[in-house]
Design a protein around this ligand. Structure first.
Ligand code: WTA
Length: 640
């Protein structure tokens, strides 16, 4: 079958409905919200006080009730989570198991005086206790803030401090590539000076003895006598469900705050539409719950639908390059949702690896997080999907809560175009505009905007309404600005062209250049720094740093390079490690003092630099170019 003309989906949805739903967006979402279970019906579908949206005002709902209680009669014994550890250990957790664990942990939190609206930081690896802790918070109306377990103590401290979490949930260790990471130690370092933290709950995964501090409690001891029933709080639809920190264009990460009723409605509908979920499906999303894809399509989306899903703790190429195909074959996975970075890596390993597994259970494939180029799309379609599985390229963000652009096999038939996330989901109004906010003609590159509020949209940034307005609503009047370039073609399909701002996507992880730069200048020898991303065959983008040393710095470049890498690893985490650090005497800047990352990026990617007439000091370009050439030469000499 030719991928370009591949028609997907069931013909149970009139294609016109995508467009029609935009005309009466409010009544459309009003009907979608009714698919959830509410304690009290809302009185107003949308209160739009630009740029603050309140969805289903007056409605009362609970996220854990909708993911657990509603399944207790119909599918109580159905597996909710089939967990695979990196070392091959497995656990199966049914909907009843999950319900009782969540109730127990909700009672534990209550016993520690966690109340509605309190924040709880969760720093756990990909183990079932992570969704248990999240849903327990949701049950009592506490706001969870999950921090990816690869982040350093400094990043963690910033997030705990900003959210003022009174309880932390962690484990003694996490496993990655066969190594154990001492999470408890990272927590100890992070909360050292944070007196508002009252309790640290530690899940013990090993027999190793643990150094317990005054605030520490052991998960299993707290759970043993905790009652396994807990009444869910009846929460306002707009009650915050979680804060998820994400990189932005400033030095500090932003706390994206999501509500309950709108967010759940968005996920409930998009999960059904995009994945066409059936009772018999085995769903596998490879995202870590520390990122938004994990929140929305590992925790809330699948569990709202009573789906059975695979949760995998490790990295996709450990202990060997066939790990993922092995899991798919072993469990008969039917829907697989992953990232272009993972696919590029699998593709490089060669076709013979997936070809030696039985992948015939697969019926639907998805991708998220970065643009997928047509070559990788075709490989995914032909080699993994055996030319029979549609590919759902889904575009969305931490801030949008759920998918915004995607093919929707659960709704309609639409021909796919490799590399395009196709069209907006129903009830969302997306356009491509110019610098002034005017809609552009088709096939013209511009900025992607969302022109009306949608249910999954963030409530605001945690304790920072002003920044929320500035970041998302100031570039274009009345339009949400996601920060992406896009083109809309003459068939109404959208093609995403990468970030228009200073955010990098490294292996699908979102990292702000400003955050990296402020970490680099925190080193005593660094006067100035500038960071850009350059294309990489596997990771999509890799980080290149340029630094200017303070005068009288005595250390050698090699020593400094190693120290700077350590500074980044300590300040952010290993995912933010620069691939290369160049020492320059000046950075190219405009007359107004803005660093010209475009110039740095061009030099580092060996492209033409282009117009530099606004540069403050033309020599800076030459300096950067010379440094770059010198280093490249020495690398070459070392290799030969
Ligand atoms: C990028 C991840 C192209 C985009 C869910 C967006 C994509 C950012 C796609 C959000 C896609 C996400 N095609 N680009 N299908 N999906 N992006 O917040 O730049 O980690 O703005 O959310 O990822 O990243 P975030």
């Amino acid at each position: 079958m030719d991928a370009d003309s591949y028609q997907i989906g069931l013909e149970n949805f009139d294609t016109k409905t995508r467009e029609a739903s935009n005309l009466d967006q409010i009544s459309f979402w009003n009907e979608e919200a009714k698919k959830l279970t509410w304690f009290d019906q809302w009185t107003k579908t949308l209160e739009w006080n630009i740029p603050f949206a309140k969805w289903f005002v007056g409605g009362k709902i609970n996220a854990s009730y909708n993911t657990l209680d509603v399944h207790q009669t119909s599918i109580a014994k159905k597996p909710a989570i089939i967990w695979e550890g990196e070392n091959g250990a497995t656990r199966t957790i049914t909907y009843t198991d999950l319900y009782h664990d969540v109730c127990k942990f909700a009672n534990v939190l209550k016993s520690l005086d966690v109340k509605k609206g309190d924040r709880v930081t969760i720093y756990l690896p990909m183990i079932p206790e992570l969704p248990v802790a999240m849903l327990a918070c949701a049950r009592i109306g506490a706001i969870h803030t999950v921090v990816f377990s690869g982040f350093s103590a400094t990043s963690l401290r910033d997030r705990i401090d900003d959210s003022k979490s009174k309880v932390i949930v962690t484990a003694d260790v996490g496993y990655r590539r066969g190594n154990s990471m001492n999470l408890k130690k990272i927590i100890d370092d992070a909360i050292n000076e944070l007196s508002f933290v009252e309790h640290v709950i530690v899940l013990k995964r090993t027999e190793e003895s643990l150094q317990l501090n005054a605030k520490d409690k052991i998960w299993h001891e707290l759970m043993t006598n905790s009652p396994d029933e807990c009444e869910p709080e009846h929460l306002e639809s707009t009650h915050p469900l979680f804060i998820l920190y994400t990189s932005g264009t400033t030095g500090k990460p932003k706390g994206v705050l999501h509500g309950t009723g709108g967010y759940l409605t968005h996920l409930n509908s998009t999960f059904q539409w995009a994945f066409d979920i059936k009772d018999s499906d085995i769903f596998f999303c490879t995202a870590d719950i520390g990122w938004v894809t994990g929140h929305s399509y590992v925790v809330y989306g699948p569990l709202l639908h009573g789906a059975t899903e695979i949760m995998y703790e490790g990295v996709p190429d450990y202990p060997n390059t066939s790990r993922i195909w092995d899991i798919i074959q072993k469990h008969g996975v039917t829907i697989f949702y992953t990232t272009p970075t993972a696919l590029r890596m699998f593709m490089k390993f060669g076709d013979s690896i997936p070809n030696s597994f039985k992948l015939s259970s697969l019926r639907l494939l998805g991708t998220v997080g970065e643009p997928i180029n047509p070559k990788v799309w075709r490989w995914y379609f032909n080699i993994i999907g055996k030319s029979k599985c549609p590919i759902i390229d889904t575009w969305w963000q931490t801030e949008t809560g759920g998918m915004i652009l995607s093919p929707l096999p659960g709704l309609e038939t639409i021909p796919l175009k490799p590399g395009s996330a196709t069209k907006p989901i129903p009830g969302v109004d997306v356009a491509v505009v110019d610098e002034e906010g005017n809609e552009l003609p088709t096939d013209t590159k511009g900025y992607l905007v969302i022109r009306k509020p949608w249910p999954g949209m963030l409530l605001t940034l945690w304790k920072d309404d002003k920044k929320y307005k500035d970041v998302y609503w100031s570039k274009f009047e009345n339009n949400y600005y996601p920060g992406d370039y896009a083109i809309k073609d003459s068939d109404g399909y959208f093609w995403l062209l990468g970030r228009a701002d200073d955010i990098l996507k490294v292996a699908g992880h979102r990292i702000g250049t400003a955050e990296l730069e402020s970490n680099l200048v925190s080193h005593e020898s660094i006067a100035e720094s500038a960071v850009c991303g350059i294309p990489d065959e596997i990771k999509g983008e890799v980080i290149i740093a340029f630094v200017v040393l303070k005068q009288n710095t005595k250390k050698s470049e090699d020593v400094l390079r190693a120290e700077l890498i350590q500074t980044i690893r300590n300040g952010i985490g290993p995912i933010a490690t620069p691939q290369q650090i160049y020492f320059v005497t000046k950075l190219p800047k405009t007359r107004s003092g803005k660093i010209m990352r475009r110039v740095l990026k061009a030099i580092a990617s060996k492209e033409k630099v282009g117009d530099v007439s606004t540069l403050e000091d033309g020599a800076a370009v030459k300096d950067v170019q010379d440094t770059f050439a010198k280093l490249q030469k020495s690398i070459k000499n070392n290799k030969s």
